[in-house]
Design a protein. Structure first.
Length: 407
């Protein structure tokens, strides 16, 4: 006998868990399925940066405004899922001073708080900073521990009635008369789920999921490497103040620093080659900002795949600085009760979930407002409780494995 639910959410990363939480808080019955453990896709394989919006300020004002708004919300609601480190955008001697000025001005126009430091003041702020750092400006960047964040969202959804199923891969999507009539799910579910509405929140795999329903969602995933090294004396996030390029971010953890990243197109988000040059380039470029990391012992290396939406990538002409999100209502494509949420970034997961939940509620006739910006996530004042939730949902990713569950 099939499982009945109001909404089936496919994808157990930050966005999928966020959609499930948002909808359950509006009184909607939700089932969430994820083919692996929670965060096993993109969310748990990032560098874990909570953007202030400064990275996007001069090129994508809307994206920057989204980031600073969500940055402030998550600092309020996410507790020990966030490490509030602050961040610096640093200009080296070889970097274009006009770019620095343009980014700084754009931050002010967007409303991102900044404070400019000369090179000496920046080196006082960050021991080990390169001698040729000419100036920097501070922004409210921070660090996300995605394993905790996703687990907290999933737990809140479950506490409000959602069924959350890790290790439950979607095997087929049955479409009849312009509607998803059922979704065949294997693994821990091993049954057909019949839902009034289906949300495709599978990130870089959105194209594969959509194809099961006979739909075309063209993704353009790119891989990026992260290298974690032993380093406990960083303080703020470091961002190279130049056009986006390989090795321009250093993210502090408690006893490590994460160096990243690269951007290389892949055809298949599951099967792709990785190259040693990506590791070496990331270390080399990050060491230009922070020389001691060049000789710091490597702890672990991982690659993640960005869920980039192909039409947006084509419009921007390849690697750029925008990371907006796109909500695709498939009623426009002949399937009335399904939507895909693609693109975006970890920082804006809650806003992506809110937009998706708004659409779903409109379609289902549910008159209820979003509550997720004002409600604290469960367990966030107790790291051990959060880490217990991570273990329960098999949600440990490499991004924060040095912190989550550490003694």
């Amino acid at each position: 006998m099939a499982i009945a639910t109001d909404v089936l959410v496919a994808g157990g990363g930050a966005t999928g868990a966020g959609v499930a939480r948002d909808l359950t808080l509006r009184g909607v019955d939700v089932t969430l399925v994820e083919r692996g453990g929670l965060t096993s896709g993109t969310s748990g394989r990032s560098h874990g940066l909570l953007h202030s919006g400064a990275r996007y300020a001069e090129a994508d004002r809307v994206g920057a405004e989204e980031c600073i708004a969500e940055n402030q919300i998550l600092k309020d609601i996410a507790g020990a899922c966030i490490r509030d480190t602050g961040g610096l955008f640093v200009q080296l001697a070889e970097d274009d001073p006009d770019y620095f000025e343009a980014k700084h001005t754009a931050c002010e126009e967007v409303g991102i708080p900044t404070e400019t430091l000369d090179g000496d003041a920046a080196r006082e702020r960050v021991p080990g900073l390169a001698s040729d750092v000419e100036r920097a400006f501070e922004v409210p960047d921070a660090v996300i521990y995605p394993s905790r964040l996703v687990a907290a969202n999933a737990a809140d959804a479950r506490d409000h009635g959602a069924a959350v199923h890790p290790h439950a891969p979607v095997e087929d999507v049955l479409v009849e008369d312009g509607q998803v009539a059922g979704v065949q799910v294997g693994g821990a579910v091993d049954d057909t789920i019949e839902a009034d509405y289906v949300v495709n929140a599978t990130g870089a795999w959105a194209g594969e999921f959509a194809a099961l329903a006979g739909l075309d969602v063209e993704m353009r995933p790119t891989r990026g490497v992260m290298v974690s090294v032993e380093y406990d004396d960083l303080g703020p996030v470091l961002n190279r103040c130049r056009d986006p390029d390989d090795g321009d971010i250093v993210v502090p953890h408690e006893s490590e620093a994460v160096l990243g990243t690269t951007s290389v197109r892949v055809q298949d988000p599951d099967e792709y080659e990785t190259e040693q040059w990506e590791v070496e380039k990331s270390i080399e470029e990050c060491a230009a900002m922070l020389p001691p990391v060049a000789d710091a012992p490597e702890v672990r290396t991982w690659w993640g795949v960005r869920p980039l939406y192909a039409p947006d990538e084509d419009e921007r002409g390849g690697r750029g600085i925008s990371r907006g999100f796109f909500l695709l209502d498939h009623a426009d494509d002949g399937v009335d009760n399904m939507a895909s949420i693609v693109g975006g970034k970890l920082t804006t997961y809650r806003q992506m979930a809110e937009a998706t939940a708004d659409l779903v509620c409109d379609e289902l006739g549910v008159d209820a407002d979003c509550q997720t910006a004002d409600r604290t996530l469960p367990g966030v004042d107790d790291p051990q409780q959060l880490d217990g939730l991570v273990a329960e949902f098999d949600g440990q990713g490499p991004t924060d494995q040095d912190v989550v569950g550490a003694e």
